[in-house]
Design a protein around this ligand. Structure first.
Ligand SMILES: Cc1cc2nc3c(=O)[nH]c(=O)nc-3n(C[C@H](O)[C@H](O)[C@H](O)COP(=O)(O)OP(=O)(O)OC[C@H]3O[C@@H](n4cnc5c(N)ncnc54)[C@H](O)[C@@H]3O)c2cc1C
Length: 395
């Protein structure tokens, strides 16, 4: 960071703090002012909460504000919005869409969810059947989505729907922003293995979406969705954590707290996973540096794959360390969690929740296919359905 940039960021942070004393200022007012000064996500464009600077510079701002006791935007509450909707809207949205959606998204005034997966279309997302039919300046949407995390809290959803069943399956899709509070959107909880219901099935019946909430051109939905999914993998797999942070930190603490449960075998496995977690953390730093230099690399898929593998091994190891105590599950009542904290809860919760890590955001098998084909240039899986109109495909 040059001295000029550092001085500019420091001055902006000082102005924010002097105009909005964190001790007395209302939280939302502070967050809105932070956005307007370009200190929300400095790597986004000016006028959209950023300053067009490298992403890594945000850490400097966040540290200054945290030291002054400033509120944060509670990022876990709006992970789909921040990690997926926002970068997609910045890349593909119109100016009006960017101005309308990004500020309340960042401040978490409006939460977002992702209406992609369907009962018959998860890994094979491009096979989805939800239809959107044009009606003047609106689209009428009918279909069923599933595994929709946070749909019950969301104001907005990113949605992919089929607008042309005569086109091959990847070509007939269009990307929308759907208002989750309009008539025809029916959100029903799905209870999961942890006991809680993070996600939902969502039935869409004659839901009207104004054409101004279409993102990019009609038929361009797959291209936009691919960008969203790449960002999702980054958001899941690449959290910026300190050394021995995240799940390895939790399990290492369990190890330290339980000296009588230690065995040489558990010790070996913990050390092996400690090294793997550290390698992942360093890979994340390299990835962010390459992204900042405009060189997106293959690390995103690898990070997400390894994140799931290491989290599942670590949470399994923690149960072994805790022996009988690890099998006591604190609370299996049906809950609607306010946020998802993968390292929160007790050891049993962490173990069960980690099972989803190799499914959400693309399964590990699919990521291995992606790495094999796009990174290692191995021969692709045969895809006979590539040029066949979607409506003629067997279902
Ligand atoms: C905790 C959690 C949160 C989620 N949140 C959301 C959300 O908010 N919004 C949303 O839209 N979706 C969400 N999902 C859904 C998730 O994206 C899908 O579950 C995932 O894409 C897999 O799809 P599927 O469940 O239909 O499995 P399927 O696609 O039916 O796959 C079943 C199995 O077959 C394997 N498989 C399939 N195709 C291949 C292949 N070509 N090669 C090798 N193996 C293959 C898969 O790896 C998997 O093991 C969430 C899932 C979880 C677990």
């Amino acid at each position: 960071m040059t001295d000029d940039v550092r001085a500019d960021l420091t001055n902006r942070a000082r102005k924010l703090l002097s105009d909005n004393d964190p001790a007395t200022c209302e939280r939302l007012k502070f967050l809105r002012a932070q956005f307007d000064l370009g200190l929300a996500w400095v790597h986004y464009p000016k006028g959209l909460g950023g300053l067009g600077l490298p992403r890594a510079f945000q850490n400097y701002v966040d540290e200054l504000l945290a030291k002054a006791g400033a509120p944060d935007n509670d990022p876990l509450r709006n992970s789909v919005g921040l990690g997926m909707a926002a970068p997609t809207i910045v890349e593909f949205g119109s100016q009006e869409q960017q101005s309308r959606f990004l500020r309340p998204l960042w401040t978490a005034e409006e939460l977002w969810c992702q209406l992609f997966s369907e009962p018959e279309a998860g890994s094979d997302l491009a096979g989805l059947a939800t239809r959107a039919v044009r009606d003047g300046d609106e689209w009428i949407v009918n279909g069923q989505k599933v595994w929709t995390s946070g749909a019950h809290k969301a104001k907005w959803a990113i949605l992919i729907a089929r607008t042309n069943p005569d086109a091959p399956k990847h070509a007939g899709l269009t990307y929308f922003v759907c208002d989750m509070t309009v008539p025809g959107v029916d959100v029903r909880p799905l209870r999961q293995i942890t006991g809680e219901a993070e996600f939902n099935e969502v039935f869409l019946t004659d839901v009207r979406i104004p054409d101004c909430n279409r993102i990019a051109a009609e038929g361009q939905g797959w291209q936009v969705a691919t960008a969203t999914l790449n960002n999702e993998r980054l958001a899941i797999g690449d959290s910026q954590i300190p050394r021995e942070g995240g799940m390895i930190g939790v399990v290492a603490q369990t190890w330290r707290n339980n000296p009588t449960r230690r065995t040489p075998d558990l010790h070996d496995r913990l050390m092996q996973l400690w090294v793997e977690a550290e390698v992942m953390r360093l890979t994340g730093i390299r990835l962010r540096q390459k992204l900042a230099a405009g060189q997106p690399g293959p690390e995103g898929s690898a990070m997400k794959l390894n994140f799931a593998r290491v989290a599942q091994r670590l949470t399994g190891l923690e149960l072994e360390i805790l022996a009988d105590d690890g099998l006591r599950y604190a609370d299996w009542t049906m809950r609607r969690p306010e946020l998802v904290n993968l390292t929160g809860g007790d050891a049993g919760y962490r173990y069960l929740r980690a099972k989803g890590n190799s499914i959400e955001g693309g399964t590990s098998e699919i990521l291995r296919n992606v790495i094999a084909e796009r990174v290692l240039n191995m021969p692709p899986e045969p895809r006979q359905d590539k040029n066949i109109p979607w409506k003629e495909l067997p279902r």
